[in-house]
Design a protein. Structure first.
Length: 496
């Protein structure tokens, strides 16, 4: 017998999990289906031989960002995970050849920067004292600019915006690197407006509340908290349940086929990607050609390569390690154009240092990530990329790590595409680049009545998983404006 729901959510990433919580909170009979045996999408944590390893990495705004907002909205703040904040983490950075080790206490970190790194930078080719006034004016923009002016900068690239204030190499490289890490695109394709909007949100939150969840669940603590909220309000949640097709009749969503069974629903929310949903689950024939061409022209951020090391003993002192090559721009362009870079930009997180419950007693986990080109599966031989990345981790970042490696899980864009049903193995989603932010952000509301999208593809005002969660919040706020909700939360369904 076919089942009936008010809402069917496809995918359990942060966007889908948040949507399920928001829908069930409103009293809608909700079903969330996930094709994998694990929940969380790109914010999943999977156990391998006793090690709990993150698929992706999220260091977000803890309780003050979208993740915290979501749980407060659905009155489930008690489900909010605990975090270890930046102020409690130990860092090791190598930026343009200058090392900054602050694996000790905060006082030692400040001394290291003021008396070692900073003087070297002042004497280097990267910095000129004459650029100080311009640099000061540039930094003030992140505090003083209002949303009206920021919107005007949505179609101005970050590199051009920076150049109006300073040509200082250090500032150019730092913000270019930050845009690449945050948005997955280079500074000359990053929207200055979206960049400033996002940085302002972080500054308003305060650095003290950035952190990593410490619940024993890894990064999956975030979507898991949303799923618990959804279940609290009666949502059904099913793993190993892939959506086969979204049924559309007369331009109206009617339900989802799952393992040959039609699950009826006039509201379907997809967290599987706007292009993937439209092309594969719905079918191009249900859309006007203009919309299909629009989807075909979307740009995606870079692909992600990760190495997940399971170590036989604790050998790593830092919690977060970063490396930014001297010629950062050239190395990133090589990577995005499909050429193995000489030096690889790296972010490494020793998750078991932050939360010891993630590794068996006496063991340790290191997860290292780097960029690669966004391409379809099978288009690139990732072997040389992985080999070069491993060499740099094992020779430069953590010398001797290979002697203590029990196993190393290698994840490439091909793996990402397979696990997340994507056409390409992008690390985040549709890029926050020019012509794809602000008013031009891909739409959450589909041309098909009753079909909606959540996730990083349609998100804004944040980074990665935060952007995905925000997309669900923004969608339901928009639907509350456009759809008359019969009564208050607790009503049985939306009425058009």
């Amino acid at each position: 017998m076919d089942r009936q729901y008010d809402v069917v959510v496809i995918g359990s990433g942060c966007g889908g999990s948040a949507a399920a919580a928001l829908a069930s909170y409103r009293g809608l009979k909700t079903l969330l289906i996930e094709k994998n045996k694990f929940f969380g999408g790109r914010a999943a944590t999977v156990e391998i031989e006793g090690f709990r390893m993150d698929h992706g990495h999220m260091i977000g705004r803890c309780r003050r960002g979208p993740h915290g907002d979501l749980l407060r909205i659905v009155k489930c703040a008690d489900l909010m995970p605990k975090y270890k904040t930046f102020a409690q983490l130990k860092f090791l950075s190598n930026i343009f050849g200058y090392s900054w080790d602050f694996t000790g206490n905060a006082v030692e970190a400040i001394k290291s920067f003021l008396f070692s790194v900073f003087p070297d930078l002042m004497r280097s080719e990267y910095f000129s004292i004459f650029d100080t006034p311009g640099i000061t004016r540039f930094f003030l923009q992140f505090v003083l600019l209002g949303e009206k002016r920021i919107r005007e900068l949505d179609q101005v690239d970050l590199k051009t915006f920076l150049s109006k204030y300073t040509n200082d190499k250090f500032v150019q490289y730092m913000f270019g690197g930050l845009s690449a890490v945050a948005f997955g695109v280079l500074a000359d394709d990053t929207s200055a407006g979206e960049f400033i909007r996002t940085i302002q949100g972080m500054l308003n939150a305060g650095i003290g509340i950035f952190g990593y969840p410490v619940t024993g669940e890894g990064v999956s603590a975030i979507p898991n908290s949303f799923l618990r909220a959804a279940a609290r309000y009666g949502a059904d949640i099913e793993a190993r349940t892939p959506a086969e097709r979204i049924v559309v009749e007369d331009n109206q969503a009617k339900g989802v086929y799952v393992q040959g069974e039609l699950i009826e629903s006039t509201i379907v929310i997809s967290n599987t990607g706007i292009k993937e949903t439209s092309y594969k689950l719905v079918g191009k024939e249900h859309y006007e050609r203009k919309f299909i061409d629009y989807l075909g022209g979307l740009k995606y951020c870079y692909g992600g390569i990760s190495l997940k090391y399971a170590l036989d003993k604790p050998i790593i002192k830092f919690d977060v390690g970063t490396k930014m090559p001297v010629d950062f721009d050239r190395n990133m362009r090589d990577a995005l154009n499909g050429r193995v870079p000489d030096e690889i930009s790296t972010m490494a997180v020793c998750t078991s240092n932050i939360d010891p419950r993630l590794a068996p007693p006496g063991r340790q986990i290191l997860v290292a990530i780097s960029p690669g080109p966004p391409v379809e599966p099978g288009k690139i031989d990732w072997g040389p990329w992985v080999a070069n990345f491993k060499r740099q981790i094992e020779e430069d970042l953590v010398p001797g790590i290979s002697k203590h490696t029990l196993f190393c899980v290698e994840s490439t864009p091909d793996v990402i595409a397979g696990e997340n049903s994507r056409f390409i193995g992008d690390a985040i989603g549709v890029a926050q680049s020019l012509d794809q932010v602000g008013d031009k952000t891909p739409p959450s509301i589909s041309p098909i009545k009753g079909l909606y999208h959540v996730g990083a593809d349609v998100g804004s005002k944040g980074i990665a998983t935060e952007m995905a969660t925000q997309s669900a919040i923004d969608l339901f706020e928009e639907l509350d404006r456009k759809i008359h909700l019969a009564g208050s939360p607790g009503s049985s369904r939306w009425k058009l």
